[in-house]
Design a protein around this ligand. Structure first.
Ligand SMILES: NC(=O)C1=CN([C@@H]2O[C@H](COP(=O)(O)OP(=O)(O)OC[C@H]3O[C@@H](n4cnc5c(N)ncnc54)[C@H](O)[C@@H]3O)[C@@H](O)[C@H]2O)C=CC1
Ligand SMILES: CC(C)=CCC[C@@H](C)[C@H]1CC[C@H]2C3=C(CC[C@]12C)[C@@]1(C)CCC(=O)C[C@@H]1CC3
Length: 345
């Protein structure tokens, strides 16, 4: 049992603080005068004023040391969706989150802000202006999403005013921005391999892409609004740019900004989805013999070919959320931040 020291309200910990979102969050928290500890399985940078604790969040003992004296915890760690490793998602997102909640209770943390995902309600079919009261996906599109659902349920259920632990979940969608290791690098890699010529479907599907600063803003607003009397306790909140955009226009803006051609030729959605399912089955069957990871997974095809955008009116109403960076500025800042991925670089 850890001994408790009096937590200060400006002392926080970011679990997953070495990652893309986590680091942006850490930088903003420092700007705002917080004292920040990072807990992560790897250390990816150094910053004055940040204490790093390297460890696995499934290990409660390491967490207890890192969370000593902390009043506010941001939990934004997860294995990358692309790893597609069922056992790892279960261990880290479910058992690991249980360990985080237990450690928080033991050391007297008062507030936990979880980074969930808007995809917890997405089943691969259209969602237009989806609100938080949509049911969780019964058939989640992948193991990652399945465990994000369980993780969100655990954190929201742990909200207990009597015990002094308040929780809230932020559901961002399509986070992009400088240093993102996924969206722009995958896109550029696909373009460099000559595979970004096609638009899946008629290209009219609207999607939310959220600039990372807006996601950070949503997290900090949630943390600062989380009080026993606040309506946000134990609830989930969509945080987006509030500017749904055609998926293929967004991809084209990034590609053209980096000097690549925009996709032009249309392919029917059902055909590509069917092919991606076949390829996925084939990769499963052949996995004992050869390991190959198809670019066009059913999940990616569904993300690229359906509408999925969400209302953030609950966040506006309950915590005064408003995006701080427009989509246009977010795209410009993102493109400028990747000189090494420009065509010909
Ligand atoms: N990037 C996106 O578009 C979206 C991300 N999210 C969620 O946002 C959160 C942050 O995502 P990103 O920053 O994009 O991912 P990221 O992969 O850049 O960061 C995740 C961090 O978690 C750490 N981590 C993983 N397993 C760990 C473990 N066992 N113990 C300690 N640390 C561990 C990693 O080392 C990494 O630094 C995740 O929870 C993700 O599910 C939700 C919606 C969209
Ligand atoms: C809105 C949202 C949830 C975005 C998540 C980020 C990634 C899942 C996307 C980032 C780059 C995307 C991409 C494709 C699918 C979805 C992404 C991986 C394709 C593989 C879809 C099929 C293509 O024609 C190529 C695309 C490359 C980029």
């Amino acid at each position: 049992m850890a001994t408790r020291i009096r937590p200060s309200s400006k002392r926080c910990a970011v679990i997953g603080g070495s990652g893309f979102l986590g680091r942006h969050l850490v930088e903003k928290l420092l700007d705002k005068g917080y004292t920040v500890s990072v807990f992560d399985i790897r250390q990816s940078y150094e910053l004055p004023g940040v204490t790093f604790h390297q460890g696995d969040l499934c290990d409660k003992q390491s967490l207890l040391t890192a969370l000593h004296g902390v009043s506010l915890v941001f939990h934004c760690a997860s294995p990358a969706p692309a790893s597609d490793d069922k056992a790892l998602f279960q261990r880290v997102n479910i058992q690991g989150t249980q360990a985080v909640l237990q450690a928080c209770t033991e050391v007297g943390v008062q507030k936990v802000v979880l980074t969930s995902s808007a995809s917890v309600v997405f089943e691969g079919t259209d969602i237009k202006d989806g609100r938080e009261d949509l049911p969780y996906a019964k058939k989640p599109i992948d193991y990652y999403t399945q465990t994000k659902i369980e993780q969100e349920k655990l954190v929201l259920k742990a909200c207990d005013k009597e015990k002094g632990l308040l929780t809230v979940a932020i559901r961002p969608h399509g986070i992009f921005g400088p240093r993102d290791p996924q969206l722009v690098p995958i896109l550029v890699d696909t373009a460099r391999r000559g595979k970004m010529k096609f638009i899946i479907g008629d290209g009219s599907n609207l999607v939310d892409f959220t600039f990372v600063d807006n996601v950070v803003h949503g997290h900090i607003l949630a943390a600062e609004s989380l009080r026993p009397e606040s309506p946000i306790c134990g609830k989930a909140y969509h945080i987006t740019n509030d500017e749904p955009v055609r998926f293929w226009d967004f991809m084209s803006d990034i590609l053209v900004g980096l000097g690549y051609a925009a996709p032009r030729y249309h392919l029917p959605y059902t055909l590509v989805y069917g092919l991606s399912l076949l390829l996925w089955l084939l990769s499963l069957l052949l996995s004992p013999l050869v390991a190959f990871k198809p670019t066009f997974t059913p999940m990616r095809v569904a993300l690229a070919g359906t509408h999925h955008f969400y209302s953030c009116s609950r966040a506006k109403q309950d915590m005064g959320y408003k995006p701080v960076v427009s989509l246009k500025d977010g795209i410009r800042r993102t493109v400028e931040s990747y000189p090494h991925l420009r065509h010909g670089a």
